[in-house]
Design a protein around this ligand. Structure first.
Ligand code: GLN
Length: 542
């Protein structure tokens, strides 16, 4: 029997509902249950693929090629279950489905309305594509009280009735602020938020209260009294020093115990050994390295969420702390000598990106790393910039560039309009819609057995996730290889370069895919483990 836990948020946004859901998923999993996590986002975009990283943070890509909310990344990192397209939905997608049905006459002439047609489509999504999991955790984006999230809240209220309360639990995450001038924690915002939810017909079963300091018993009793929940179900969610300490902290406050109790489950205690190990590694590293990430959205680290996490994982694998120097690549363009910013770092990473702005600085960063023998990791756009750099300065093609920036003499990076996925031909139009026109999701690659990457992965067949329009132009392979840039990973048909490396450099690798999306704290991605190790070796040299 599949049980559903709905997680809503109140008072303010950014309380960390995604982490809260992921942590509960990890705890239930550690008790031996099979879990699945889903996200319902109330905005009108069909998916976050076309949203600016400034607005929405990173776009997380699943194996099956969906562009989703970054919370799905937390879910995967915490429970290790590969997220699917069917785990993320937005109001935009729900409405497109409903309007599509209306146009096809599927409502048989009925007046199409939010209730029941939109709410039915939401319920269908929540219940679809499940494999008999014990628990489905559904996070509702936004904050209770927003106009936009009303249809979602109405749909989960209905599900509470239809499935029965023995299969549904409502958890509500709120804020208990500390008011310094009064020297007090305030419970009123939580009371209001619970009332707001009750006004929509949803009585929360568990309240999770984010707070910067311990919640005294009196305040807990007061919240319980006013919000109509037992005091043991008012769970303090205090700030912790690392996000990987959240499962342990929630368990200590009884969150998973109360969830099991609600469903009448006599489950075994969770085995939190692997979480404790990770947290110990993070808290007591044996050394540290500094890696520069040269990108465009560096003042908004949420834009590189999975990347920052993968770095932490690489640090865990090497038992060191990875300090990240976020560097805006436009600084290099303004004043060339800004490259001195890179002088002290132990490794340089250029992440994914779009558009010409800031690209010159990324090319400079790749050049600096190549010439000074500093470990370099180019991811997607970062690989493309390294290829342009090598073409210009090693192969002597001064007119080399990417057609993403306009026509050029040597398009070493260009648009591919068709490619093979397995036995199927996939195509895209050069002037098609922006949404959903990229090479997206998991693709296989074959590695040269003699290469550094084959050694890192330990095998020669890999599958990694993609999200890009442009490709390294295979037509320039020979001149680039003669100049010292080896094509060490290719698509199985041999047409799309997937990995390049410089063999006579301590560590210089560019990958067309996004390895950070698959890294987990308890299963760090081998490329990140190896890159951090190379940076560590480098730090011991200087
Ligand atoms: N802008 C590049 C492309 O579309 C790289 C994309 C990325 O880094 N994700 O190919």
């Amino acid at each position: 029997m599949t049980r559903f836990v709905f997680i809503t948020g109140g008072v303010v946004s950014s309380l960390g509902k995604g982490l809260c859901s992921a942590a509960l998923g990890a705890l239930l999993q550690a008790r031996g249950f099979r879990v699945r996590l889903r996200k319902l986002d109330p905005y009108l975009n069909v998916d976050p693929g076309t949203m600016s990283p400034y607005q929405h943070g990173e776009v997380y890509v699943t194996d099956d090629g969906a562009e989703t909310d970054l919370d799905l990344g937390h879910y995967e990192r915490y429970v290790g279950v590969a997220a699917r397209r069917s785990d993320s939905v937005t109001t935009g997608r729900i409405y497109s489905t409903v309007i599509g049905r209306e146009r096809r006459g599927e409502y048989l002439g009925a007046t199409v309305q939010v209730i029941p047609h939109v709410t039915d489509a939401i319920k269908e999504f929540i219940l679809a594509d499940l494999d008999g999991e014990d628990f489905v955790l559904c996070e509702i984006g936004g904050t209770v009280g927003d106009i936009e999230s009303l249809p979602f809240l109405e749909a989960i209220r209905q599900l509470g009735n239809e499935l029965g309360r023995e299969r549904v639990l409502f958890a509500h995450l709120t804020l208990v602020p500390w008011i310094a001038s009064a020297g007090e924690l305030k419970t009123k915002p939580t009371q209001h938020s619970a009332k707001e939810l009750l006004g929509l017909g949803i009585q929360p079963d568990i309240l999770l209260c984010r707070c910067e300091r311990p919640i005294p018993d009196g305040a807990r009793q007061k919240i319980a009294l006013f919000c109509n929940v037992p005091a043991r179900r008012v769970i303090p969610a205090l700030d912790v020093d690392t996000i990987y300490a959240v499962p342990g902290a929630y368990h200590a406050e009884g969150f998973d115990r109360e969830v099991c109790r609600h469903f009448g489950l006599d489950a075994r205690e969770p085995d939190l050994e692997r979480w404790n190990t990770i947290v110990n590694h993070i808290r007591k590293p044996e050394g540290e390295v500094t890696i520069a990430i040269v990108g465009k959205y560096t003042h908004l680290p949420d834009s590189y969420k999975s990347l920052a996490e993968a770095m932490t994982h690489g640090g865990i694998a090497n038992n060191v702390r990875v300090n990240i120097d976020w560097i805006d690549s436009e600084v290099f363009e303004a004043e060339r000598e800004a490259v001195h910013q890179l002088e002290g770092v132990n490794g340089i990473l250029v992440p994914g990106g779009f558009g010409e702005r800031g690209s010159a600085g990324k090319i400079e960063a790749a050049r600096f790393a190549r010439e000074r023998a500093v470990p370099y990791f180019g991811i997607c756009f970062g690989m493309q910039m390294a290829v342009i750099e090598a073409a210009r300065h090693l192969a002597g093609l001064s007119g080399a560039s990417s057609t993403e920036f306009g026509p050029c003499e040597h398009p070493v990076i260009g648009l591919m309009t068709e490619w093979m996925r397995g036995n199927e031909l996939e195509q895209r139009e050069a002037d098609g819609d922006l949404g959903g026109t990229m090479r997206l999701g998991a693709y296989d690659a074959v590695l040269d057995p003699e290469s550094r990457v084959a050694g890192i992965y330990g095998h020669t067949q890999i599958s990694e996730r993609h999200r890009h329009r442009y490709e390294v132009n295979i037509g320039y392979r020979q001149s680039l290889e003669m100049a010292g840039l080896k094509f060490s990973g290719m698509s199985p048909d041999g047409l799309l370069p997937e990995i390049v490396e410089i063999p006579d450099h301590p560590w210089f690798i560019g990958v067309q895919f996004h390895p950070e999306l698959k890294s987990k704290p308890f299963d760090p991605h081998p490329l990140f483990t190896s890159f951090v190790k190379a940076a560590l070796d480098q730090s011991r040299l200087v």
